[in-house]
Ligand binder design. Structure first.
Ligand SMILES: NC(=O)c1ccc[n+]([C@@H]2O[C@H](COP(=O)([O-])OP(=O)(O)OC[C@H]3O[C@@H](n4cnc5c(N)ncnc54)[C@H](OP(=O)(O)O)[C@@H]3O)[C@@H](O)[C@H]2O)c1
Length: 274
């Protein structure tokens, strides 16, 4: 297979679809210094406000999708899943093997993307909404002609908006059920913790602040100390204390199995939808 390395110091990045996810990734890439804004381009579709958003941090907004592809070495398809087929097919004549193609469209398989593009130098990435605050949990899977260097380049780009792992594409429905849908499960947990605080006499604003910061702090402890969460739990549950009393109530309510069931049910739904 002929190799067309992407020049690390000079490559240009294009987004097809100037929406929320494209904005999060573009901002993260610029803010972290991975690429200057002058090497990023997109085009605005029907909503003129999106042009202003991208131009406000220095990204060039070109008239058409074709211009974006022609001027980019790495092209990220960030349109909604239901339009990705049409968009890729329209651009097919321009999608040469010299370009590295990426899709973030939820539920759209590499096999289809590669077929529509006529190019298997494709990488599928599943980010999640905390990309907007630089804390995404993303997973990527490499298509047939994507090289290890291509994977490293995409890990570097998406690493600027959070963490990224590599996984077999057959795991993507389970990934959707866990990290794709997971932020919403945790929003519910934060709201419920705050409600508990209010029920126990705290003012609403204080309760919400404490609940979100507690979730953030616990997540940081789990990811930064490298300790197993069971160990972290044991470390804070003293005999006959308040924490073990609260944990006992959670266990009575089936807290763990409810969370497990949510991930399994969302995985099943993702499989049905794709
Ligand atoms: N947001 C997330 O956290 C998240 C997480 C995981 C995966 N994703 C994936 O990311 C993709 C984008 O999601 P999003 O949340 O960023 O959606 P979004 O904000 O609606 O962005 C989609 C963009 O695509 C544009 N567009 C539509 N048709 C187009 C065309 N023919 N040519 C060029 N642009 C076109 C839209 O422009 P107009 O509005 O002007 O039509 C819009 O700006 C989706 O496939 C989604 O599955 C998103």
């Amino acid at each position: 297979m002929e190799a067309f390395p992407i020049p690390a110091d000079t490559y240009k990045l294009g987004f097809i679809g100037a929406g929320k996810m494209a904005e999060s990734v573009a901002r993260g890439v610029v803010q972290s210094g991975v690429l200057p804004a002058s090497r990023i381009r997109t085009s605005s579709h029907s909503n003129p406000l999106r042009r202003q958003v991208f131009e406000s941090f220095g990204v060039r907004v070109l008239p058409k999708n074709d211009d974006v592809v022609e001027e980019s070495d790495v092209v990220i398809f960030s349109v909604k899943p239901q339009v990705v087929k049409d968009v890729v097919l329209q651009l097919k004549p321009l999608l040469s093997k010299k370009k590295l193609l990426v899709s973030v469209a939820a539920g759209v398989k590499l096999k289809d993307l590669q077929e529509w593009a006529g190019n298997s130098r494709f990488i599928r990435v599943m980010p999640n909404t905390p990309a907007a605050v630089g804390e995404a949990a993303s997973v990527m899977s490499l298509g047939g002609a994507a090289t290890e260097e291509d994977g490293n380049l995409i890990a570097n780009l998406f690493g600027s908006v959070g963490k990224i792992w590599k996984a077999d594409e057959k795991l993507f429905d389970a990934i959707t059920g866990l990290s794709g849908s997971g932020p919403a499960y945790i929003y519910l947990a934060i709201e419920a913790l705050a409600d508990g605080g209010v029920a126990a006499g705290l003012p609403r604003e204080l309760a919400l602040g404490l609940a979100s910061q507690t979730v953030l702090g616990a997540a940081s402890m789990a990811s930064k100390t490298g300790k197993h969460p069971g160990q972290l739990k044991d470390d804070v549950a003293s005999p006959g204390g308040t924490t073990i009393t609260g944990i006992h109530e959670l266990e009575k309510g089936g807290f763990r199995s409810v969370l497990m069931n949510a991930v399994v049910a969302a995985t099943k739904r993702s499989r049905e939808l794709s």
